[in-house]
Design a protein around this ligand. Structure first.
Ligand code: MSP
Length: 547
């Protein structure tokens, strides 16, 4: 059997110092959508997500809760896994930096780089932000008047004997790689930012002695591996990367990763530090690092302390997982920030999901059941070959077509456009394009007026052709939306009697049974009364605040 092409995608591994918020859901859902899309296109996919559990911050938070670090993070890991399940996120690997195989492989990596001379011991005497666990340069501190550039809190002077990674050794090579591989950092704007940052990158501190919650450096007790080597290596250690025995099967099959999906805050670590570590190890670099924007709440950064975070489980329970997935993927444009507001969210549900998609599905099913109680029998020629040929020949032109030909043409054009968007991780554009087809199909109903055809016995054949075309369009739509809205796609498939999931089957016409029987179902997306809902929400949040 021919081996399928592989596709390996990762989310960042999240800090389990607190429960995941709606911003974390963005990265994870986006990676899930991409995995499902690639799977439908025949790829052998692997999707990794997980938690980054070591470090001073977690140690401190656990202590504040009166717990040992591992006990503290175990509960958050459990809640995180359950959140991903509620959002229908189907990952293959949940990577925890406290996993034994990971710890062992990180120790091997540290040792190898030390033996190679790329990691060396030296004195650190400089500025540091404890809450962020980050070292701050003199120049930066001057600009920020001795506060942390990330969190704004006061920074301190520390002196410590630590290990450094000789990052500058790899910068020239890395610069060439970035310049010669235009898709390595995406979107484009982040690439230039990173090329500028390269110029001011010095040696990287990779061990600490002031806390113990980390991977111990085997050959120098008292040192633990400091954050980024531990965290970034998870992308290979969890595939069975091994420096002392044969590489694991997954490493052999899936590395290098096709996409590291990350927020713009950590693009730097993934495009400078991570490739340099891989170069030092002599391993291939990932194909693409995609830095997406941030989801904000009413224009502000999501933060528990500001009390503005939206509880994802609340949204999922109240409005359904597909609505949440849709909003996240539709609202954020390539690389830019997006804003969550309740009216924007509810309007998306009402306009796009209830009016456009929900309506199309429910009126198509109702008409079919009413006009053809047994089945949409193929008395005539359901697959009008001439129509199909004319539609295909008209792709990319403005030729006048009849409504049936026009719908077929839109299906073909939509798929090409969606593929282009998806291959560039432009989820919002892909959805916008799919919705053009959904609206065109709604218009098809208005143009062909099945309710008028149904009154005339002599138009029975035409009516069956119109409905069959309608359900073929819905069958294609079910395949196109499946990566984004898996439950809705399943609902449509079940009711129109389709068992087609493969992407290429969306491009074909006439795959539904020629003796098509469809069934009516519950309303897909009930319309929300905005005024009533606002009052309800105020009541709820009022109560929860008081309670
Ligand atoms: N542990 C590191 C990552 C190590 S990867 C080897 C980390 N963790 S984090 O929990 O602070 O954040 C991880 C990622 O969550 C961010 O880079 C980003 O991808 C995502 N997001 C966090 N807040 C977000 C928003 N408000 N909006 C969109 N994504 C957000 O950094």
């Amino acid at each position: 059997m021919e081996k399928n092409k592989t596709f390996y995608i990762t989310t960042p591994i999240f800090y389990p110092n607190d429960n995941m918020h709606i911003g974390h859901c963005y990265t994870t859902v986006a990676s899930d959508v991409m995995t499902r899309y690639k799977k439908a296109r025949g790829f052998d996919t692997l999707f990794l997500t997980g938690t980054d559990e070591h470090g001073q911050k977690i140690e401190k938070t656990a202590k504040e809760h009166g717990k040992a670090p591992l006990d503290y993070v175990n509960k958050i890991v459990e809640d995180t896994k359950s959140l991903w399940q509620s959002l229908d996120v189907q990952y293959d690997i949940f990577s925890r930096t406290t996993d034994k195989d990971h710890i062992k492989a990180v120790q091997q990596i540290f040792k190898k780089l030390h033996e190679k001379g790329d990691i060396y011991k030296d004195k650190y005497d400089g500025l540091y932000c404890t809450p962020c666990e980050s070292f701050i340069t003199e120049t930066k501190a001057k600009e920020t008047k001795n506060t942390c550039p990330d969190c704004g809190r006061a920074i301190e002077n520390i002196k410590e004997d630590v290990y450094f990674f000789n990052l500058p050794k790899y910068l020239e090579h890395l610069k060439n790689h970035i310049e010669q591989n235009p898709h390595f950092i995406s979107p484009e704007s982040r690439k230039n930012e990173m090329l500028n940052l390269l110029k001011e990158t010095g040696p990287l501190c990779v061990s600490r002695t002031t806390f113990t919650w980390g991977v111990p450096v085997e050959f120098d007790h008292g040192h633990v591996v400091y954050v980024w080597i531990d965290a970034l290596s998870n992308y290979i250690t969890k595939l069975g990367f091994n420096l002392e025995a044969e590489q694991g099967e997954r490493y052999k099959n899936y590395w290098p990763a096709n996409v590291h999906m990350v927020g713009k805050d950590i693009v730097r670590f993934h495009t400078i530090i991570w490739p340099a570590i891989l170069m030092a190890l002599g391993e291939p670099l990932p194909e693409k690092i995609f830095g997406h924007g941030f989801l904000k709440i009413k224009g502000e950064k999501i933060s528990k302390s500001k009390g503005n975070s939206v509880e994802p489980n609340f949204l999922i329970d109240r409005y359904g997982k597909d609505s949440v997935r849709y909003f996240l993927m539709r609202e954020m444009n390539l690389g830019q920030d997006a804003d969550f507001t309740t009216p924007a969210f509810l309007n998306r549900i009402n306009h796009d999901l209830a009016n456009d998609l929900g309506n199309l599905v429910s009126r198509s099913l109702s008409m079919a059941v009413q006009y053809f109680p047994t089945s949409i029998a193929s008395e005539g020629q359901l697959l009008n070959i001439e129509d199909i040929e004319k539609a295909m020949n008209a792709i990319g032109t403005n030729e006048d077509l009849n409504p049936t030909q026009a719908v077929k043409k839109t299906i073909a054009e939509t798929i090409t456009e969606v593929e282009k968007a998806m291959d560039n991780l432009m989820f919002s554009t892909a959805l916008e394009t799919i919705w053009t087809l959904i609206r065109r199909t709604n218009k098809y109903i208005d143009e062909t007026t099945p309710w008028i055809l149904a009154k005339d016995e002599t138009k029975k054949e035409e009516l069956s052709c119109v409905l069959y075309t309608l359900f073929e369009a819905l069958r294609s739509i079910s395949i196109l939306i499946a990566p984004f809205l898996p439950n809705t796609a399943e609902y449509i498939k079940t009711h129109i009697n389709s068992n087609k999931n493969n992407w290429d089957e969306a491009k074909e016409f006439g795959l539904l049974p020629k003796d098509l029987k469809v069934t009516k179902g519950d309303i897909l997306f009930p319309r929300i009364d905005l005024k009533k809902e606002e009052t309800e929400l105020e009541k709820l949040f009022g109560e929860s605040k008081n309670g």
